[in-house]
Design a protein around this ligand. Structure first.
Ligand code: 8YV
Length: 315
């Protein structure tokens, strides 16, 4: 008999969804008119969850499913999952690291270049015919500038290598100095911002990094500084960011993530010194396929009694 897997959202591509459906009895929660009623009716059947960063896997949900054994997350970040509740019950948690590192770092570089060189403004300038009346304002060169990277994990290191290729200097902040990276470590995020021209956020979300970037950090970044966020919206105090952008406390921002996705604050939408992306860090055909395969293969490995491919160590 097939094991039952609760699928939290519509994010798997057709081939990976088909693979999931072939191996498991699936409940597509996001399609259900009354998800609570479905959960209640099937609570004893559900042994696995295929989750995604945008839908919470809360203690309440975990406790409501007495036979849950594994949560297989379609993301490297897992701040939506109550890991403590999962651990208490001995529930395995897996994620999708490595396969999305370069695409996510590329998204950071795309934002860095777009805000610096006014790429989106330039595109609009041509389309609306403004070029016919004169050249657009100048941008700023990343070469020789300092990238202050918050979080020197896999994605942070990939961003660092790409910034080096653009002739930038690298400093970083994180919970500890990494012996295997050649960059300058600064434990204090405000001091990092003081030294940086670009503050690039690549750290995990969650309680430990909530509002790490606040008004003081933005002030330290200063009127020639840019903020790039490919981490989680929760890492930035958004009110402080909006004030800093309006007051020109910082020069601009490139954002892929927001605290209340997919809702983006009206103030940001109106600004031309920000570039806004709809959380596309890992959104390529190639990467999303590999992420989907990991989600399915972690579930298969668990129920076959084999080792998990990419377990979350903290779980
Ligand atoms: C999203 C991400 O999971 O990996 C992460 O942590 O935030 C992204 O890859 C993906 O966009 C699906 O929503």
């Amino acid at each position: 008999m097939k094991h039952t897997v609760l699928v939290m959202g519509n994010y798997l591509q057709p081939a990976e969804m088909q693979a999931l459906e072939e191996s498991f009895d699936t409940i597509h929660l996001w399609k259900e008119k009354d998800p609570e009623a479905v959960l209640q009716a099937r609570r004893n059947d559900i042994q696995g969850i295929a989750s995604v960063h945008s839908v919470p896997v809360s203690r309440t949900l975990i406790e409501a499913l007495p036979n849950l054994e594994i949560i297989s997350q379609f993301a490297v970040g897992y701040d939506n999952i109550d890991l403590v509740a999962a651990k208490e019950r001995g529930i395995a948690v897996t994620n999708t690291p490595d396969v999305l590192t370069d695409d996510t770092a590329d998204t950071g570089m795309a934002l860095l270049l777009a805000v610096s060189r006014r790429v989106c403004e330039g595109d609009m300038y041509v389309r609306v015919g403004k070029w016919l009346n004169g050249n657009m304002p100048l941008g700023w060169s990343p070469k020789g500038k300092v990238a202050g990277i918050v979080g020197m994990g896999r994605i942070g290191q990939s961003v660092a290598r790409k910034c080096e290729a653009f002739g930038m200097k690298i400093m970083y902040q994180g919970p500890r100095k990494k012996e295997d990276v050649p960059y300058v470590y600064e434990p204090d995020v405000q001091k990092l911002a003081e030294n940086a021209d670009y503050l690039i956020l690549t750290c995990p979300g969650g309680a430990a990094t909530r509002h790490l970037v606040n008004a003081d950090v933005l002030k330290a970044l200063g009127p020639k500084g840019f903020l790039i966020n490919i981490a989680r919206g929760s890492v930035v105090d958004e009110d402080a960011l909006i004030t800093a952008l309006i007051d020109k406390t910082i020069l601009g921002a490139g954002l892929d993530v927001y605290p209340d996705e997919p809702r983006v604050r009206e103030e940001l939408i109106k600004m031309d010194n920000v570039v806004l992306l709809p959380h596309i860090g890992s959104a390529t055909h190639e990467t999303r396929k590999m992420m989907g395969e990991l989600v399915v293969n972690n579930l298969r490995a668990h129920f076959a009694g084999g080792p998990l491919l990419t377990p979350v160590k903290a779980a």
